[in-house]
Design a protein around this ligand. Structure first.
Ligand code: HEM
Length: 501
């Protein structure tokens, strides 16, 4: 495969790590090893022999999978030259705990990196190795791949265990329903503005080395051809250079502890002990019912005889166009903040009206244009839950409360950490100002930290058909950040480059 010719557009699935294409859902056991490099040569030897899983489908499907990613400190520890590392993005290079970044991400107060269990100052992991296996297979798979070279090469910093809660995240909601649809064939017309929301997103939003939604290539290290870089693919936009980023992505990981007891006790109090009303308010927080049904209108069902769609697709076929004021699905609901499903031009103007919109005039509704077009801000979620399950009933009833650690190892992939993950986390989740709202952050992940000049930072607004909105005040913090890091998920060719093969 080393020097095989691949056209600028064609994707060599054998070079892409499987996680970009698959969630490895059938491999329900998983653990993430966070490692520091102890002896670079032994670490590189382990990397050279690691059975890293590609995105090529196999028949039968695999019973195990492994993915590997490096932090900026990890690339340095493994001997990647400074001039090469400098080609990666500034967010990746400075890392998730840089001061101003922490403020923007809401990593302040109880979320501050100085309080993290891992990833805080002085404990940035070098390498992430994710092991996945079919039920019963994980221990054996890990053991088979952590022999001499592993022990000599790495100092395990932490093993992040995961648990299988059957697609239900710890608060009790179906998760992993909505994902962007990667345009692997690159057939989208990237020059056209989008007047309708579509789930398809340019490949370059997730895979480095391909055109993104701006019809441009995202920056990544482009190397001169030499003995070491010879095995890399050429850059699509600079064919005389070798592209270390091509077929790779950036991986963001955050350990998010979920306080399930506080969540359901708060909802129960708000609902005066009525379980159905507590469920309703919880669904308004998320924007979907526990079973995953979106509160905003689902498109009318197709007529008789239409082929039936997979459930996940059906649950994802909606926009908020029919609910502009947020009466069915509140504007501040988690999924509406995370993906407003809007277009480049709200109201779909053409001609002169479009020019007026471009100039920022002519807004009919206050909310219009306040939210940027979502196609530039999608992320591919690949996280897994951890800790024991706890039903809403037990979360309310148990005395003393069940305080065992549980939550989400949030993982997302994106080609531009600043424009995708950070924008989402900062502008849409943590910010008190979102789409006309001004006293509330995301109901699930918001910090509720006071902000100077804002009378409240812990509200949740439920708009109504008529009359003033109902404002639920005093939301506690339900989620606390316990660790986090930015990684580069290399292509298999780039992995061999780093391993010195
Ligand atoms: C513990 C913290 C979190 C919990 C419990 C949580 C839970 C959920 C749930 C239940 C859904 C709906 C199911 C689905 O569409 O897959 C969802 C969707 C989503 N979440 Fe989260 N989430 C958390 C943190 C985050 C964070 C930190 C981000 C990004 C910064 C995020 C981004 C998204 C996105 C992009 C969607 C899909 C929205 C859509 O396309 O409709 N989530 N989340």
């Amino acid at each position: 495969m080393g020097g095989a010719l691949v056209s600028p557009h064609e994707v060599d699935y054998g070079d892409v790590q499987g996680l970009v294409r698959f969630g490895h859902g059938k491999l329900s056991e998983a653990t993430y090893a966070l490692l520091r490099v102890k002896q670079p040569e032994a670490a590189r030897a382990w990397l050279r022999s690691a059975p890293v899983t590609s995105a090529t489908p196999t028949s039968p499907p695999p019973t195990t999978a492994m993915q590997v990613a490096f932090s900026a400190a990890g690339l340095e520890a493994l001997g990647v030259p400074a001039a090469v590392r400098a080609g990666f993005s500034p967010e990746f290079l400075s890392g998730i705990t840089e001061d101003s970044r922490s403020r923007r991400l809401g990593d302040v107060g109880a979320n501050a990196p100085s309080l993290w269990e891992w990833g805080g100052p002085g404990s940035v992991p070098h390498v992430l190795v994710a092991f996945f296996a079919a039920p019963g297979g994980l221990a054996g798979f890990v053991q088979a791949n952590t022999g001499e070279a592993w022990k000599d090469g790495f100092e395990p910093q932490r093993w992040l265990e995961t648990s299988q809660l059957d697609g239900i995240e710890p608060f009790g909601f179906a998760d992993g329903i909505s994902q962007p649809d990667l345009d692997w064939q690159q057939t989208r017309d990237l020059k056209a503005a989008r007047n309708a929301y579509a789930n398809a997103v340019a490949l370059g939003e997730f895979l480095l080395g391909y055109r993104n939604e701006y019809d441009k290539y995202t920056d990544r290290p482009l190397l001169d051809v030499d003995a070491r870089s010879a095995g890399l693919l050429p850059a699509g936009d600079a064919p005389d250079k070798k592209d270390l980023g091509r077929n790779g992505s950036y991986l963001v990981i955050r350990q998010l502890r979920q306080d399930v007891g506080t969540f359901w006790r708060f909802l129960n109090r708000q609902a005066g002990g009525d379980r159905a009303r507590a469920d309703e308010l919880a669904a308004a927080f998320v924007g979907r019912t526990k079973a995953g049904v979106p509160l905003a209108a689902v498109r009318p069902a197709a007529g008789p005889g239409a082929p039936s769609k997979p459930e996940a697709l059906r649950l994802n076929e909606f926009t908020f166009d029919g609910d502009p004021a947020g009466v069915r699905c509140p504007i501040g609901a988690h999924i509406r903040r995370a993906n407003p499903r809007n277009t480049d031009y709200p109201g779909r103007p053409t001609g002169l009206a479009r020019l007026i919109a471009d100039l920022g005039f002519g807004r009919k509704v206050f909310r219009e244009d306040l939210t940027s077009a979502v196609r530039f801000h999608r992320v591919l979620r690949r996280g897994r839950e951890y800790g024991p399950g706890l039903s809403p009933q037990d979360a309310v009833a148990l005395d003393p409360p069940d305080a065992r650690e549980r939550g989400l190892h949030f993982i997302c992939l994106n080609a531009n950490i600043g424009r995708q993950f950070e924008f989402l986390q900062n502008a849409w989740m943590s910010s008190l100002k979102f789409a006309g709202l001004s006293w509330e952050s995301d109901p699930l992940v918001g910090t509720r930290e006071p902000v100077p000049g804002c009378p409240m930072s812990d509200a949740f607004t439920l708009p109504r058909d008529s009359g003033p909105a109902r404002v639920v005040a005093g939301l506690p913090r339900f989620v606390t950040v316990r660790g986090g890091a930015y990684f580069f998920l290399p292509s298999l060719r780039a992995l061999r480059y780093v391993a010195g093969a």
